[in-house]
Ligand binder design. Structure first.
Ligand code: GLC
Length: 528
């Protein structure tokens, strides 16, 4: 009985009421506006130089690479122009020592090598044909490489962009830490290593995974609606949305297509409310943050994303294990256990190690509704070396994990709801839904995560149950591949436009000179 009571007390610490959701939304809207006005705010609101979303008719073959978590993916994407695509990809785990290497070139050299292996394996003919770069059309900026692979670089860390393929790393997140790379242009870092290997590849676009998700969803989503928002709920969490350029008050330098009046903004909402104005803050959140590599930063992410949820649950469970007045994962004799075996927990159990509880077990706990929780109990044994956990133990674990997962989903609703309100689309919307593309292990594998988000959305003033029905949250797979390819395509079109503009200027210039000659006003030519 004591265990059940203590479990309820701990679960209640993670309750996040409707009232708190609404307060959260107001603060999110405030911090969004602040981020659109200045640099250096907690919601970074980074302009991405992507000024429109696709409609499914785009075509071509592009390369895309994805660095953002534990794996590095290289893929080639053939966009068929009819909302479908074909994708070939390879995936390698990033060696742990490269995630915290001393020099940036160690990591980026490894990435370039993977691109070479991919090209040789999957595009051998093309690769050989272009092994020597052809220099063709000259532009005001010098010679331009033609006939090479355009690559979209999905780099899912906070980057201050200054162009479609330029951006300096602001800080590492998600366990990466290579101080040498901070403040450098990550596209240039990758291009240097690609050039060192003489690969026929140009890094054409820099893409956050959320922007890729937004583009991929917009390319593939049903109906004509352009997608409003792309979001990741995986190892990390973040969102990118379509904003009116007129709302972006801070300076946006460099070139971009001004005709659409829109620009995709990468919110970097992982750092929403780093100052903890409204975020819930249990003793477990405090402890997690204190022992993390980046205390005080990514405070929203630390309450929402897969990398951290397991650790919050672990800290709560350890707290319960230390409590002598309750009996979690131990019974005095086997007769109390329905498996008739004494519960033990291995001294080496990963429950006692930081990051030792993988969030995936939370999904298993949430999905196991069998009467005796047999799947969860087996998993506790396999993952955490908790042997012969009782039904009560499993139930306690399930309740704590659920409370942490549910709080994460309701916080996610705060971010999504605020962006829907900021867009003003609920007022405009006719019958067309407001489309949101999402990706990541939490939305994909955590049972009812999306339903819990919808429940949170319905509680938001200005959205309500009616409004939430108009919001369509759909999975957008392969955002980092397809989305990056789509942005590489946009970048290639921009390049063509620049070359086209240059040729037009040249043509006009020549025409002017000729007409001057006929009018007798030609300037004297100086021969050096
Ligand atoms: C982290 C990164 C962000 C990325 C997100 C999801 O929050 O800072 O750039 O989009 O993880 O992968």
């Amino acid at each position: 009985m004591a265990l059940a009571e203590e479990t309820s007390r701990i679960a209640a610490l993670f309750e996040y009421s409707d009232e708190e959701v609404n307060k959260g939304v107001l603060e999110f809207l405030r911090q969004m506006k602040e981020g659109l006005q200045h640099d250096g705010t907690s919601l970074s609101q980074i302009p991405t130089y992507v000024t429109g979303v696709p409609n499914g008719t785009e075509k071509g073959l592009y390369l895309a690479v994805d660095l953002g978590g534990t794996n590095f993916r290289v893929c080639s994407v053939h966009l068929n122009g009819d909302t479908t695509f074909n994708l070939t990809y390879s995936k390698v785990a990033i060696p742990k020592e490269l995630m915290v290497a001393e020099h940036a070139h160690q990591l980026f050299g490894f990435l370039a090598k993977q691109i070479e292996i991919f090209l040789r394996t999957h595009h051998g003919d093309h690769f050989d044909a272009h092994i020597r770069r052809r220099q063709t059309v000259s532009t005001p900026e010098g010679y331009r490489d033609e006939q090479i692979f355009r690559l979209g670089f999905t780099f899912s860390f906070p980057v201050q962009q200054s162009g479609i393929n330029k951006g300096t790393l602001m800080r590492w997140t998600k366990g990466f830490d290579i101080p040498d790379a901070v403040g450098k242009d990550v596209c240039a870092l990758l291009q240097q290593e690609i050039d060192r290997l003489h690969l026929p590849v140009k890094v054409a676009a820099l893409v956050n995974d959320t922007v890729g998700t937004l583009m991929a969803r917009s390319y593939t989503s049903p109906g004509k609606t352009a997608t409003l928002l792309g979001a990741i709920f995986g190892t990390g969490t973040n969102g990118a949305y379509v904003e009116k350029v007129s709302n972006i008050k801070k300076p946006v330098g460099g070139d971009y297509d001004k005709s659409t009046g829109q620009m995709v903004v990468n919110t970097e909402w992982g750092s929403f409310d780093n100052q903890l104005n409204i975020l819930p803050n249990t003793s477990y959140d405090i402890e997690l943050d204190k022992k993390s590599v980046n205390p005080g930063i990514q405070m929203f992410e630390k309450r929402v994303s897969g990398m951290f949820l397991g650790e919050i649950v672990r800290l709560a469970i350890v707290d319960m294990l230390k409590n002598p007045s309750i009996s979690l994962f131990r019974d005095e004799n086997s007769s109390q256990n329905d498996w008739k075996s004494t519960t033990t927990i291995g001294a080496e159990s990963s429950v006692f190690q930081q990051w030792g509880l993988d969030s995936s077990i939370m999904s298993i706990a949430a999905a196991d509704n069998t009467p005796d929780f047999s799947t969860l109990r087996q998993e506790l044994e396999k993952q955490l070396q908790v042997y012969a956990a009782s039904r009560e133990d499993a139930l306690a674990f399930k309740k704590v994990a659920y409370a942490v997962g549910r709080r994460a989903a309701r916080l996610s609703a705060v971010a999504l709801g605020a962006i829907v309100l900021q867009s003003g689309k609920l007022k405009e919307a006719g019958d067309e839904p407001i489309d949101i593309g999402v990706d990541g292990s939490l939305v994909e594998h955590y049972p009812f995560f999306r339903d819990m988000i919808y429940e949170g959305l319905s509680a938001i003033e200005g959205i309500g149950p009616e409004g939430s029905k108009k919001i369509r949250i759909g999975i957008a797979k392969d955002g980092s591949g397809v989305g990056a390819a789509l942005i590489a395509l946009v970048a290639a079109n921009m390049e063509r436009k620049t070359v086209g503009d240059y040729l037009n200027r040249l043509r006009n210039d020549v025409a002017q000179k000729i007409s001057n000659v006929f009018a007798g006003t030609a300037e004297p030519t100086t021969v050096a």
